[in-house]
Design a protein around this ligand. Structure first.
Ligand SMILES: [Zn+2]
Length: 576
């Protein structure tokens, strides 16, 4: 079992608080934490914080040897609000299903899943498994349609006057959306609109007065129904459907095709499950938000509001370059295609929930990986700070054990460069990677996997064509002919040293050393021993090499590039 990292970071502090509160509310019972997700379309990467925050706290509680349940409530009994744009296998004809429960909407064409919500849940479930997130998934369709909440529904209806009075305190104010969980920039508005019951979330006043429950129509399955009468003694409810004109009278003590309105549904579930910790998006701090109102309504169900920190938005950088075939909505699965789960877990673990951060799909991912590798090395040698050790420990595994690691975690930027230059030729990639460290060469690409595959996916899908590296086919004869004597000499020094320095370290030493030797200093002279002009000479020399090798001013780090191009071709391109 992984070590507990008590009181060293935000996760530990929440775990302390949650355990204490759980003991106060339900002594000796497992701690219950919760997340809610709406599978109304692709589940946005920004929503992962809704899961990762309670996951990390639950995992810490588990590390301390306590029992804990992390519930993920799939809000799949919510109505289908609109047809999201840009989903493969979906067209405008899906609009006829608006108003039905998400589980009653057909899956996109070609899907292996039985309905709309299962299709999008499956992708999220797979990503969560990859991230090592242990949870109990609860389908609200299954709960409602099997009558699990019947007593709670009848109770809410008996107390509808009290609920109405609570909601009425906020009705003059602008109604906020349900659980906003994401940064609402232009590209994401589309996705956000599908993710909650924003407009009709507190129940409506039909001819029967305020009513916190809505039946789905027995004929067309839509929720465009109006309750026309209700008899408390018999639980007889009559409704009419404004979509198809259907009307019927049912008995709520045996009827299972409807749900509590969102602002009542959420606190009902806190009480039903005994939730002690459930964070939500920042917009919940506003008066009348469902979290705040829920805190008043939950008492009607005999429960208490969970500890509910507001979490800040998680942004995405580099998505402009992503294919628009999925409506520009990156999912956790998309992130896991370009980074290992350890890195993604670390991004969440190292920032307090109220701090925002960005998940990089652009060049920044290389810097993040460098930072992660540096931390990994510090932890291994025992020199990292306690909070950093804690974040690292939460990133690499869970109470259940370590996540699978890349056996030889070569630098991501090196792997990306190699994948870039070799363009899918695995034999070439292996040759280059084998030459990085000739003393201890890797012998199969599998040693560098899955990190190699992630870097390759990043290069292929997120680096624009004009930033890809294309090694010259032929030497740049014109440029070579125009070189002055000093430039020719620098190339000579490099070529003469290639054979004996053909490794990542050797070539690093060589390319930085050439301008020093040329200026009359030893190759291993330190910056302090050198005049500042050496820096300029190095820059000029590097630019010359990039031009001769790839026809541009810059490119992947030179030692990696040289290894990738190969010794024979380097000699040809440098005019030997
Ligand atoms: Zn109907």
């Amino acid at each position: 079992m992984a070590q507990s990292t008590e009181t060293t970071d935000w996760v530990s502090r929440f775990a302390d608080e949650v355990i204490e509160e759980s003991e106060r509310r339900a002594p000796g019972k497992p701690v219950v934490v919760a997340s809610g997700l709406s599978p109304s379309g692709p589940i946005h990467l920004g929503n992962l914080r809704e899961v990762m925050t309670p996951h990390l706290v639950a995992d810490e509680i588990r590390r301390r040897g306590r029992r804990v349940r992390h519930l993920i409530s799939w809000d799949d009994y919510d109505r289908f609000r609109k047809v999201p744009q840009g989903i493969d296998g979906v067209d405008g004809s899906w609009a006829e299903h608006i108003g039905k429960p998400l589980t009653s909407v057909p899956a996109p064409r070609g899907s292996a899943h039985p309905n709309w919500s299962e299709h999008f849940k499956a992708a999220m479930t797979e990503a969560l498994a990859g991230l090592g997130v242990e949870f109990d998934g609860i389908s609200q369709t299954a709960q409602y349609t099997s009558g699990v909440y019947r007593e709670q529904i009848l109770h809410a209806i008996r107390h509808r006057g009290e609920i109405d009075a609570i909601l009425d305190q906020y009705r003059t104010k602008k109604a906020p959306a349900k659980k906003p969980q994401k940064p609402l920039d232009e590209a994401e508005l589309e996705a956000a609109e599908g993710s909650g019951a924003a407009a009709e979330d507190d129940g409506s006043s039909g001819t029967a007065g305020y009513f916190p429950y809505k039946p789905y129509c027995g004929n067309c399955e839509k929720d465009l129904t109006t309750v026309t009468s209700y008899v408390d003694d018999t639980t007889e409810l009559s409704y009419t459907c404004t979509a198809c004109g259907f009307a019927e009278t049912v008995r709520l003590n045996e009827f299972n095709r409807g749900k509590l309105v969102w602002k009542v549904d959420w606190p009902m579930r806190w009480a039903y499950e005994g939730v002690v910790f459930e964070p939500s998006g920042v917009d919940h701090s506003s008066p009348g938000s469902s979290f705040q109102v829920g805190g008043q309504i939950v008492g009607i169900f005999g429960g208490k509001q969970p500890i509910g920190p507001m979490y800040a938005f998680v942004g995405i950088s580099g998505m402009a370059k992503m294919s628009s075939s999925k409506g520009g909505v990156p999912t956790p699965g998309d992130a896991l295609k370009i980074m290992e789960p350890q890195l993604l877990r670390w991004l969440y673990a190292r920032r307090r929930p109220n701090q925002s951060f960005k998940i990089a799909f652009d060049q920044e991912i290389q810097r993040l990986y460098d930072e992660w590798d540096k931390l990994d090395a510090k932890v291994a040698e025992g020199s990292a700070l306690p909070a950093d050790v804690a974040a690292h420990s939460r990133a690499v595994g869970t109470a259940g054990g370590e996540l699978p690691r890349t056996p030889r975690p070569l630098p991501y930027r090196t792997l990306a460069s190699v994948a870039d230059i070799t363009a899918g030729h695995e034999d070439q990639a292996l040759r280059i990677l084998g030459e990085l460290d000739p003393e201890n060469p890797i012998t199969t690409l599998d040693e560098a996997r899955p990190r190699y595959d992630r870097a390759e996916a990043w290069i292929n899908h997120h680096v624009p064509a004009d930033q890809r590296t294309v090694v010259r086919e032929e030497p740049d004869a014109e440029l070579l002919k125009s070189l002055d004597e000093a430039s020719r000499q620098s190339l000579r020094l490099l070529l003469d040293g290639l054979a004996e320095n053909w490794s990542l370290d050797g070539l690093t030493h060589l390319v930085y050393g050439v301008p020093k030797v040329q200026a009359g200093f030893p190759a291993d002279a330190t910056p302090k021993e050198l005049p500042p002009e050496i820096k300029t000479a190095q820059r000029t020399f590097f630019a010359l090499l990039y031009h001769l090798l790839v026809g541009r001013d810059t490119g992947p780090r030179l030692p990696t590039l040289l290894l990738a191009v190969g010794q024979d071709r380097v000699r040809t391109l440098l005019g030997e």
